[in-house]
Design a protein around this ligand. Structure first.
Ligand code: NAD
Length: 424
């Protein structure tokens, strides 16, 4: 898969090319030797499974699933599972690589992994979804486990899906294995604060970015692309903290109201209607229009590759806080840098999820559960510390926050890899 070619990727390359370009830029600046670069630009382990699922009408359908571990030098693999029709091996590799850097930048004892199944979960009945999940979990059981690789939710998967994975692995092992997966419901070893963790973390990163820029938060406007787990919770916390959320969207488009929107009302509307089309609280806009709105802060919280060479010039926000993984292509990054837009990169901005997943895993292994205040406060401390480390490095090196975050993360992973040595 990987290449050590450090030439800039074609404009708006796919997620793997983007991830590799970001890695090679950091490796170049750190002066990593060629062999180590080769190691870190490859994924250590890749599992592809084609597996049958019995559908409600009695027919059999074969689905393709993946689990990729990019690097496990600092600890077990960690990363979500995505159910989406467009999931493919290169996307999962890129997401696994970003998880390695994410765990390292916030200094958690994890490596990076990711999984996915090419499926539209909304097109399955609850029973089909459970059958698919249990069979996929069984296929993965050869490489996941609390000491090996710990999945979590990502796009298209839910706490219930995580509960089925935990139950399936537990049936195989003959005893309950809480720590095999995080993001579970609290009734089966989930952590308080996990569902909100990524969206809440976006608020912490917005606050840090606003302070870094010396802005007053009163009246600062925000547009949020994607209104799922990350985007809806981020919008809710930002609204509560005094920011004016003026636009949100989902895959079908969005709505805009310069006077402000109430995320609670939006959430109820979305629950009832399933879409923002014909939403009475503002004017309909497309996702492209949302990205170009005259707002202070933009939070892309949907999918990768949204801010590209084709539209980065139209971005008017002064601050971008990346809720999604890989929403900005390297070509777009260069344009935003030239425009002076402050981008809080995905591996830092959306790390709230992996941080509270880490807390969940620790609680599961100890069979001792913490209260929500403790969890929120510990999450905030880790994220603020990481932001300050990254911002200080960016200042010292004269680089962007993304470049600094990558330097910090790649350096930590490289150091662990070198310190462990090459076996045998
Ligand atoms: P989700 O499935 O809950 O929500 C995704 C949202 O994005 C939905 O509202 C969907 O309609 C919308 N969407 C999909 N395609 C779109 C498009 N092309 N344009 C606009 N909107 C679109 O997923 P999530 O868990 O909120 O994840 C969103 C992003 O955040 C993903 O990139 C994911 O990898 C990343 N992330 C999630 C977590 C987490 O804890 N859930 C943690 C870190 C990063």
């Amino acid at each position: 898969m990987a290449t050590t070619d450090s030439a800039a990727p074609a404009p708006d390359a796919g997620p793997l090319e983007s991830a590799l370009a970001q890695f090679h830029a950091a490796a170049e600046r750190l002066g990593l030797e060629a062999g180590l670069r080769e190691v870190l630009s490859h994924c250590k382990r890749e599992l592809v499974v084609n597996f049958p699922v019995r559908m409600d009408d009695g027919s059999l359908r074969v689905f393709t699933g993946y689990r990729v571990q990019h690097n496990v030098a600092r600890g077990p693999g960690k990363g979500g599972i995505r159910y989406h029709p467009k999931v493919d091996l290169d996307e999962v590799r890129a997401l696994a690589m970003w998880m390695t850097w994410k765990a390292a930048v916030v200094d958690l004892p994890y490596g990076g992994a990711k999984g996915g199944v090419a499926v539209d979960p909304k097109a399955l009945s609850p029973r089909e979804l459970e059958n698919l999940t249990r069979r996929y979990a069984t296929e993965l059981s050869v490489i996941i486990g609390p000491n090996e690789d710990i999945p979590a939710p990502d796009m298209g998967t839910t706490p219930q899906v995580m509960a089925w994975i935990m139950d399936t692995l537990s049936m195989h092992r003959g005893h309950t294995v809480l720590g095999v997966v995080t993001g579970k419901p609290t009734s089966v070893g989930g952590s308080r604060g996990r569902v909100e963790a990524t969206g809440l973390g976006i608020l912490h990163m917005v606050e840090q970015a606003v302070a870094l820029r010396g802005l007053q938060k009163d009246g600062l406007t925000v547009a949020v692309q994607g209104f799922g787990n990350v985007g809806s919770v981020a919008a809710w916390h930002l609204h509560r903290a005094g920011y004016r959320v003026v636009a949100v969207s989902d895959s079908g488009g969005g709505i805009y109201n310069p006077r402000g929107l109430d995320p609670d009302a939006l959430w109820h509307h979305k629950q009832a209607e399933g879409t923002f089309r014909h939403c009475p609280f503002g004017d309909a806009i497309t996702n492209q229009e949302l990205l170009a709105l005259p707002v202070g802060i933009l939070v892309p919280a949907a999918v990768e590759g949204q801010i590209t060479a084709a539209n980065a010039d139209q971005v008017k926000a002064r601050i971008i806080v990346e809720g999604a993984n890989g929403p900005t292509t390297p070509a777009a990054d260069a344009i935003l840098k030239a425009k002076g837009v402050l981008v809080v990169p995905d591996i830092l901005a959306n790390s709230g999820g992996i941080i509270v997943s880490y807390f969940e895993w620790v609680q599961d292994l100890q069979y001792y559960f913490w209260d929500e205040n403790e969890i929120r406060e510990r999450q905030r401390r880790i994220m603020v510390r990481a932001f300050r480390e990254v911002a200080a490095l960016a200042e010292a090196e004269g680089v962007t926050l993304r470049e600094a975050a990558m330097l910090l993360a790649v350096k930590r992973v490289a150091e662990a890899t070198v310190t462990r040595g090459i076996y045998p």
